[in-house]
Design a protein around this ligand. Structure first.
Ligand code: GDD
Ligand code: GTP
Length: 452
């Protein structure tokens, strides 16, 4: 039997994701139509041996309970949320709840950072770990560029045994292009290593006056476990070449959206069975493969009939929530997710964007490289345009640059444009571009309401 632990941090984390994370906790932000960590849950639940998923974070239980209940219903696996009384770091919460992890004596557990996205190769990772009986932790690793590698955990590995001889968390200077993806398999004995680290921290805390020190239960999985185990033949790294990325900024959410849509094409294509370049008539009894591209002229006359089944032009990949209303003349895609209750009016063009629940995009507006917040409204003929921030395609192994909102000289870094929740962007022919962020604080309470 296996278990999984997902670390989701708390309202204090995810600052680069603001204002999106002010309205929805970042772990629940929809990517390709599913809350960010539902992708983790789905990957774990697919593995038959995985019997329980523990989500550890500093959000209130209230914030997470609805989601956890929904997940319980959807997947046949036990899912529980464990709230830290204060943020205890990437290791402290795990150590605090160790008895919950050990209960039932699992052979091992997965540890997943909630803010990464990938085609999680959990089965391969588990087999890799299982084949190395002395492994306490196996890290999923991937290649990054030399420049970007310093923003991650960086490791040096013996190429024959795959054992990690050296691990540095966010090094000051270049160490290795093999980086830590924030996805691990751990044996239960890892808690012995954590117990030693915990003891040392307690001793340190109480031998000083404790002032200015982090909480004595605070522990960094990277510093206190991975760095300690490096070079002892108990730490291994399995390198993957499949897509992986962090979700730190709005730009990285759009990037993740594209990849998850692509991964889940089967699911997406249920409603939009193929590429439809209007106007097309497909008889209800015909079978059209999802990869087919069909094009015919002179069917314009029958647009009403045609648009009943294919309400708008879809350039894949696109996710449209069943409760959204999309006008038949809108053109959507590629890489667009449209949330519940959204209204898209006539002549709208949307690409490379996420439209959150209950937002409205009015007639003939254009939205690209942007996130439109919940209940926000984009006025007629407006242009909401961000700057794409994908990894550099000319650099092999390049990852997303999760740049901060502002440069050191105070200028806004060009990025995805964000219309915050409830923002009304009207009227005609407004234009914003280049990574603007519009956000209103309502008079009804602090934006980080789930911190109450
Ligand atoms: N429960 C809980 N409590 N979770 C936490 C806490 C905490 O106090 N602090 C962080 N986390 C969660 C975050 O929500 C996130 O999902 C994950 O742990 C990683 O935390 P960060 O502190 O944001 O680290 P990072 O993303 O900069 O770096 C980590 O991930 C990289 C891969 O994405 C490191 O593990 C790097 O080595 C790694 O390369
Ligand atoms: P500039 O941004 O152009 O200044 O590049 P740089 O020299 O600082 O670093 P760059 O990332 O371009 O890579 C330097 C060298 O390392 C080149 O020879 C690349 O081919 C090689 N390289 C870059 N990324 C990787 C990687 O992820 N793995 C490996 N094995 N080599 C890499």
């Amino acid at each position: 039997m296996l278990k999984a632990v997902i670390l989701i941090g708390g309202p204090q984390k995810g600052t680069r994701f603001r204002p999106l994370s002010l309205d929805t906790p970042k772990p629940l932000f929809p990517i390709a139509g599913l809350p960010l960590i539902q992708h983790h849950i789905e990957a774990c639940a697919k593995l038959e041996e995985c019997k329980e998923i523990l989500i550890i974070g500093a959000y209130t239980t209230n914030t997470m309970s609805q989601f956890v209940n929904d997940m319980q219903k959807e997947y046949h696996v036990i899912i529980r949320y464990l709230q830290e009384f204060t943020p205890l770091g990437t290791g402290g919460g795990l150590y605090h709840f160790r008895d919950q992890v050990r209960a039932g004596n699992p052979a091992a557990f997965f540890l997943l950072n909630g803010d990464v996205c990938a085609d999680f190769p959990l089965k391969e990772l588990w087999h890799f770990h299982e084949e190395r009986p002395n492994a306490l932790v196996t890290i999923m690793g991937t290649e990054a560029t030399r420049q970007q590698s310093v923003h991650y955990g960086s490791m040096v590995r013996d190429t024959t045994t795959q054992s990690v001889s050296h691990y540095v968390e966010k090094p000051n200077s270049y160490v290795s292009t093999l980086i830590n993806c924030g996805v691990y398999v751990c044996s239960l004995q890892v808690f012995h290593t954590m117990a030693d680290a915990f003891q040392k921290k307690q001793d340190g805390f109480y031998s000083g006056n404790g002032q200015g020190s982090p909480h004595p239960g605070y522990m960094s999985f990277e510093q206190d476990v991975l760095m300690t185990l490096a070079g002892t033949n108990k730490l291994y790294a399995m390198q993957v070449t499949t897509w992986w990325s962090q979700v730190k900024t709005a730009g990285s959410a759009i990037y993740a959206n594209r990849h998850y849509l692509e991964l889940h094409r089967d699911r997406v294509s249920k409603d939009n069975p193929c590429t439809i370049l209007p106007d097309v008539f497909v008889h209800p009894t015909a079978t059209v493969d999802s990869t087919a591209v069909t094009n015919r002229h002179y069917l314009e006359l029958h647009r009403d009939r045609v648009s009943k089944d294919n309400p708008c032009t879809i350039l894949p990949d696109v996710f449209v929530h069943p409760t959204a209303t999309v006008d038949s003349t809108a053109v959507i895609g590629p890489n667009v997710s449209i949330g519940a209750g959204v209204t898209i009016k006539a002549g709208v063009r949307i690409k490379e964007s996420i439209i959150l629940n209950n937002a409205t995009v009015h007639d003939h507006a254009l939205v690209m490289y942007s996130v439109v917040g919940q209940e926000a409204s984009v006025g007629e003929w407006s242009r909401v345009e961000g700057t794409p921030s994908d990894p550099d395609p000319n650099k092999p192994f390049a990852k997303m640059d999760n740049t901060p909102l502002f440069n050191t000289d105070g200028r806004l870094n060009p990025s995805i444009t964000i219309l915050g929740p409830l923002v009304v962007f009207y009227d005609t022919q407004w234009r914003i571009w280049g990574g603007a962020i519009l956000y209103i604080r309502t008079p009804y309470g602090p934006p980080d309401k789930y911190n109450e």
